[in-house]
Design a protein around this ligand. Structure first.
Ligand SMILES: Cc1ncc(COP(=O)(O)O)c(C=O)c1O
Length: 488
C-alpha cells in the first residue's frame, strides 16, 4: 500500500514535515518558557485552579478539534506547577536537565520497550551502564546488578518480593504452615513500605515500626527488642528497611547499625534511598550513606535530586542473580532461555514488574554522557548549600521554628502561634492560603501529630531572594489569619 492509499487523516497525522516545523516551534516555546521561569519572571510557581475549574477548562478545550500542539502546550504550561520556577519548593520532584527533556523526545520517537532485549537493544545496554555506575557509587561488589523501574514505590515492592522469595526459600517444600511474615522499618519510612507488605498479603502484622529519635532516625537500639517480640509471637521477620532518607524530614537512618543487625540475624537489608541515595554522587555528602555498601538491595529515584524527569528509579541487588528470583512466571512467547536465567541479564522483564517499559535509561544516560557524573554531584551540593542558607534564615527569624536540623534538602519548619492560636490550625491555614495564592509552593506534613510546613529545596536556580521571599509570604499570610483559637 503506497502512502497515497492511506486515509488523509493518517497521512496528516504522520507527516514528517509537519512534525519538523511544529517541533521547532515547540522547542522555541518551551525554551522561552523555561528561561522566563528559571529567572523567576513568572508570578506564580503554582497557577492554582480548583479540580472543578480545571476539568471544565480541559473539557471545553477538547471541544475544539483543530487545536495546534503549540496551543495545547501553552495551555499545559499555564495550568501546571512550574518546577523550573525558583519559587517552587514543594514536593521531591526536580527541575529536569534540558538534555534529559530532549532525550525524552527521542525516547517517545523510537518507542522501543525494554522488556526484552530484542525490542530495546539501546535502552537495555544504557540501563546496564547506569546500574553499574550507581552500584559502584554505593560501594556494592562487582556481583551487583539491577534495573530501572517505574518509581521508588515499585522498586521497594520489587526488592521486598525478592527478599521474601530468598528468605523463605525451601519452606514450601517442608510442607509446614506458612508463618506470618513481616518487615521491620522505622515509623518514618515512606508509606509504600507498608503498602508493599499489604500487597504481599501480610496484613497489619506485616510491618513492625521502630520509633525514631529526636532527628526522626530509626532507634536502632530498639531493633533487637522489636525483633525478639516478633519472634515470640511466631512472626518470621524477613527484612529490615532503612530509610536514606525519610520522606517527611529527610533523615538518614544509621545504615551501618541496621546492616550489622541484619548480618547477625541473617535478615535481608534493604535501603530505601529513593530520595537520599542521590548523595552518592556528592563527595561532600556521600558519608551520609555510610553502611549502604552492606545492603542486599537499594532503591534510588533519579527523578528526585538527580535532574531526571519522573519516573526513573533504579533497584540494585548486591547479588545480581537475586533479581531473577522475584518473578518466576513463564512467558514462553517472550523468553526462550528459562534455564539460563543468571546470564540472561538483557531480558529485563524477567526481573521487573513492568512488561512494556519505557526506555527510561535514555534520560539518565544522556545526562551522564553529555555532562558527566560530576554534574549530578554539583546539583546535590548546590541544593545542600541552598538548604543551609534557608536554615540560617529560618533561625534568624523569631516567628519561625525548625522541626529538626535538616540532613538533606528537605526542611520542616513552622510559624510560631501567637495570642492563643492553635499551631496546627495556623500552619495548615497559612499553607492553604499560600497554595491558593500560588506565588510560592510549599507543602505540609505531620510530625508526631503536629502540622509542620515542609519545603524541598529542589531548584538550583532558587536564590536568597526566593528563600527570604517565601518566609515573608508565610509571615504576611499568617497576619491574615484570625489571631485566636477561632482558626478553622
Ligand atoms: C523515601 C521514599 N521512598 C519511596 C518514595 C516513593 O517513590 P516514588 O514516588 O518514586 O514512587 C518516596 C517518595 O517521595 C520517598 O521519599
Amino acid at each position: 500500500m503506497s502512502s497515497e492509499e492511506l486515509p488523509e487523516s493518517l497521512r496528516i497525522a504522520y507527516n514528517s514535515e509537519i512534525f519538523r516545523s511544529a517541533g521547532h516551534r515547540l522547542i522555541d516555546q518551551l525554551a522561552d518558557h523555561l528561561s522566563a521561569s528559571m529567572r523567576g519572571e513568572q508570578s506564580h510557581a503554582l497557577p492554582w485552579r480548583t479540580p472543578e475549574a480545571s476539568c471544565a477548562h480541559w473539557e471545553e478545550l477538547a471541544t475544539h478539534s483543530d487545536l495546534s500542539i503549540e496551543a495545547i502546550c501553552r495551555e499545559i504550561l499555564a495550568g501546571s506547577v512550574r518546577i523550573s520556577d525558583p519559587k517552587y519548593m514543594g514536593h521531591q520532584i526536580c527541575h529536569p536537565a534540558p538534555v534529559a527533556m530532549l532525550a525524552g523526545l527521542i525516547t517517545d520517537c523510537v518507542n522501543n520497550g525494554t522488556g526484552i532485549y530484542e525490542m530495546g537493544m539501546a535502552g537495555t545496554a544504557m540501563e546496564r551502564h547506569i546500574v553499574t555506575c550507581i552500584a559502584r557509587r554505593f560501594g556494592l561488589p562487582p556481583s551487583a546488578d539491577g534495573f530501572l523501574t517505574s518509581g521508588g514505590t515499585l522498586a521497594n515492592l520489587t526488592a521486598l518480593l525478592a527478599a521474601r522469595s530468598i528468605q523463605t526459600a525451601g519452606q514450601q517444600a517442608l510442607d509446614v504452615t506458612a508463618p506470618q511474615l513481616a518487615v521491620i522499618t522505622s515509623e518514618q519510612a515512606h508509606y509504600c513500605v507498608d503498602r508493599a507488605t499489604r500487597v504481599m498479603g501480610w496484613g497489619d502484622a506485616g510491618l513492625i515500626r521502630i520509633p525514631t529519635d529526636a532527628q526522626f532516625r530509626m532507634r536502632t537500639d530498639l531493633l533487637e527488642s522489636h525483633y525478639q517480640a516478633a519472634v515470640a509471637e511466631g512472626i518470621q521477620v524477613v527484612a529490615v528497611v532503612g530509610s536514606a532518607c525519610t520522606t517527611s524530614t529527610g533523615s538518614f537512618d544509621d545504615l551501618t547499625a541496621i546492616g550489622e543487625f541484619c548480618r547477625q540475624r541473617d535478615l535481608w537489608f534493604h535501603v530505601d534511598g529513593a530520595h537520599g541515595g542521590a548523595v552518592a554522587f556528592s563527595e561532600m555528602q556521600r558519608h551520609r550513606l555510610g553502611g549502604i555498601e552492606h545492603a542486599d538491595s537499594v532503591t534510588l529515584d533519579f527523578h528526585k535530586m538527580l535532574m531526571t524527569p519522573v519516573t526513573t528509579s533504579a533497584l540494585v541487588f548486591r547479588q545480581g542473580e537475586y533479581g531473577f528470583r522475584t518473578f518466576a512466571a513463564e512467558a514462553d512467547y517472550l523468553f526462550q532461555r528459562q534455564d539460563d536465567m543468571e546470564h540472561d541479564w538483557y531480558n529485563l522483564a524477567k526481573r521487573t514488574f513492568e512488561c512494556s517499559k519505557t526506555m527510561m535509561a535514555t534520560k539518565v544516560y544522556s545526562i551522564l554522557a553529555t555532562h558527566g557524573e560530576s554534574l549530578l554531584g554539583d546539583n546535590v551540593d548546590r541544593l545542600y548549600a541552598l538548604t543551609a542558607n534557608f536554615v540560617s534564615l529560618i533561625e534568624s527569624r523569631p516567628e519561625f521554628e525548625l522541626a529538626t536540623p535538616p540532613q538533606c534538602n528537605i526542611v520542616c519548619f513552622r510559624l510560631r502561634p501567637r495570642n492563643g492560636q492553635d499551631s496546627c490550625k495556623l500552619n495548615a491555614q497559612v499553607r492553604d492560603r499560600l497554595t491558593r495564592a500560588g506565588n510560592y509552593y510549599v507543602v505540609q506534613t505531620k510530625l508526631r501529630d503536629e502540622v509542620w510546613l515542609r519545603t524541598t529545596i529542589t531548584n538550583p536556580f532558587t536564590t536568597a531572594r526566593e528563600l527570604n521571599g517565601v518566609l515573608d509570604a508565610l509571615a504576611a499570610t499568617a497576619e491574615t489569619c484570625p489571631h485566636s483559637s477561632d482558626l478553622t
